[in-house]
Design a protein around this ligand. Structure first.
Ligand code: IPE
Ligand code: IPE
Ligand code: MG
Length: 238
């Protein structure tokens, strides 16, 4: 048997920032700030382990339902993190994609996304998809509308190719931190055959050891994709 394989694509629902802060009697946005630090650590860990693609859920289509001060705090944090971290990510060889509905974002935020994508377009060390103002249902609808608008046939291949993650393979491993065991409108199409891993750790506490535990658990799974187990290797067979 060869070395256990590292998942090529890891997707993460980074949940639990609010509870992390509340437990410390801090405002929820302090949890989101710590969440950014946790994401930086996770990106470095993925690069070190040879993960090719990391996709993270940063702000969902439904997160607009939160109090205005929390939404405002998240956008402020995003703007600061972009200015501070994009040059560092570029140096580390990270290719950035911002995935989600840009129509619902200000020109300033959408412009920042475009600039970061253009700057990092030549990088190949890690593809980092940041899902922001993203929902799995939104993605399927925008893909279908695009095909219908162009008069193209809707097939599995054409729909797949019109989704906002068509530039990467489907996730091998989908992690959700924070103890909840649900998808919350994340990658509805793409996680059809992803291995799911739920961690009780709150996202700010999800460190390298927790990532390794998820990867080790993944390596013990048998992926069948609807088929039957691979035949056992018969020793001595010619
Ligand atoms: C996830 O953490 C981050 C975002 C949704 C932006 P939460 O803010 O949902 O944290 P909890 O689930 O309330 O603890
Ligand atoms: C999912 O977490 C969205 C992100 C992590 C960005 P939520 O906290 O919004 O999900 P629910 O409300 O618990 O389902
Ligand atoms: Mg949550």
């Amino acid at each position: 048997m060869g070395e256990p394989s590292i998942p090529r694509h890891i997707a993460i629902v980074m949940d639990g920032n609010g509870r992390w802060a509340t437990r410390r009697l801090l405002p929820r946005v302090a949890g989101h700030r710590q969440g950014v630090e946790s994401l930086k650590r996770c990106i470095d860990a993925c690069i070190a382990r040879g993960v090719a693609v990391l996709t993270v859920f940063a702000f969902s289509s439904e997160n607009w339902k939160r109090p205005a001060d929390e939404v405002g705090g998240l956008f402020e944090l995003l703007a600061k993190a972009l200015a501070r971290e994009v040059p560092r990510l570029h140096q580390s060889g990270v290719r950035l994609f911002f995935v989600g509905d840009r129509a619902g974002l200000s020109d300033k935020v959408a412009g920042g996304f475009g600039e970061a994508e253009a700057l990092t377009a030549g990088n190949r060390k890690l593809t980092l998809n940041i899902c922001f103002n993203y929902g799995g249902r939104w993605d399927i609808v925008q893909a279908a509308q695009g095909l219908a608008g162009r008069g193209e046939a809707i097939t599995e291949a054409s729909l797949r190719g019109s989704l906002s993650l068509s530039h990467v393979p489907d996730p091998d491993l989908l992690i959700r931190t924070g103890g909840e065991q649900r998808i919350s409108n994340f990658l509805l199409w793409q996680c059809a055959y992803s291995e799911l891993f739920f961690s009780d750790r709150l996202w700010p506490d999800f460190d390298e050891a927790a990532l390794d535990a998820a990867i080790t658990d993944y390596q013990r799974r048998e992926r069948r994709f609807g088929s039957v187990p691979a035949p056992a290797c018969v020793v001595g067979a010619s």
